[in-house]
Design a protein around this ligand. Structure first.
Ligand SMILES: [Fe+2]
Length: 241
């Protein structure tokens, strides 16, 4: 079984298309999406349409949460709020209805999918969780691996029943140990914040026992121009470059 995990597409349809093309050529059996499919980028509605057309299951991100619960929007920084308010104006009724039905958690076999941090938070950042809480979460989590998004970077937390370790995930495959449980930050397709401007996603290969980080180029300049032309905050265009 080869499983692709994509997250934080953030309205960047061009990046999503290139990532899906790569997935289609990578012998992947199943794709899961960790939410934050909207906001920041210029084509949120088109991203949702593509995910739905491809029947890719997605969970709720904090940006989707802010659409269905506008009080939560007050917690966003001013530029993110401005971007999401503009995004909401551009979403179809069909998409709004789809967003309101998203779940906070998906479980598939030994995998758990959550946007922020397990067990089920769409808004908690990984670095906010103290180690004693991480241990407790690992000890009560039934699944072996939890994939998370939200921080837009690539990271692997491992727990062997005693020791917690945390490390950056680098480009290419890394071997996972059968003895450990993991919480894996799967990067960002559409708004990377890890110092490299390619779209990124991960593939879990069960028979090889690996997690692979894939870097996918796309036409960043074109997307930045679309963000500016649509009147979104310029910071979200500059951040892509
Ligand atoms: Fe995000």
């Amino acid at each position: 079984m080869r499983l692709a995990v994509i997250t934080d597409i953030h309205g960047n349809w061009d990046a999503l298309v290139n990532v899906l093309q790569d997935i289609d050529h990578s012998g992947v059996d199943k794709i899961f999406c960790l939410g934050d499919n909207i906001g920041y980028g210029p084509e949120s509605d088109r991203v949702i349409q593509t995910l739905r057309d491809r029947e890719i299951p997605s969970i709720l991100g904090n940006h989707e949460l802010a659409v269905i619960n506008r009080e939560y929007l007050a917690w966003f920084n001013p530029m993110a709020r401005k971007s999401l308010e503009k995004t909401i104006e551009m979403l179809s009724d069909n998409t709004l209805s789809y967003l309101s039905d998203l779940e906070r958690v998906l479980v598939h076999g030994e995998y758990r999918f959550v946007h922020g941090f397990p067990p089920d938070s769409p808004s908690t950042y990984r670095y906010e969780v103290p180690d004693y809480k991480k241990r407790r979460i690992f000890e009560t989590m039934e699944e072996k691996i939890c994939f998370i998004g939200h921080t837009h970077d690539l990271n692997l937390i491992a727990y062997n029943g005693e020791t917690l370790t945390s490390e950056l995930l680098v480009k290419g495959p890394s071997i996972l140990s059968f003895e450990n449980r993991y919480i894996i930050s799967a990067g960002s397709v559409g708004q990377p914040r890890d110092g490299n401007n390619n779209a990124k996603y991960v593939i879990r290969d069960e028979s090889a026992g690996t997690i692979e980080v894939r870097y996918i180029p796309y036409d960043i300049t074109s997307v930045a121009e679309k963000i500016l032309a649509a009147g979104f905050p310029g910071i979200h265009a500059r951040r892509l470059l």
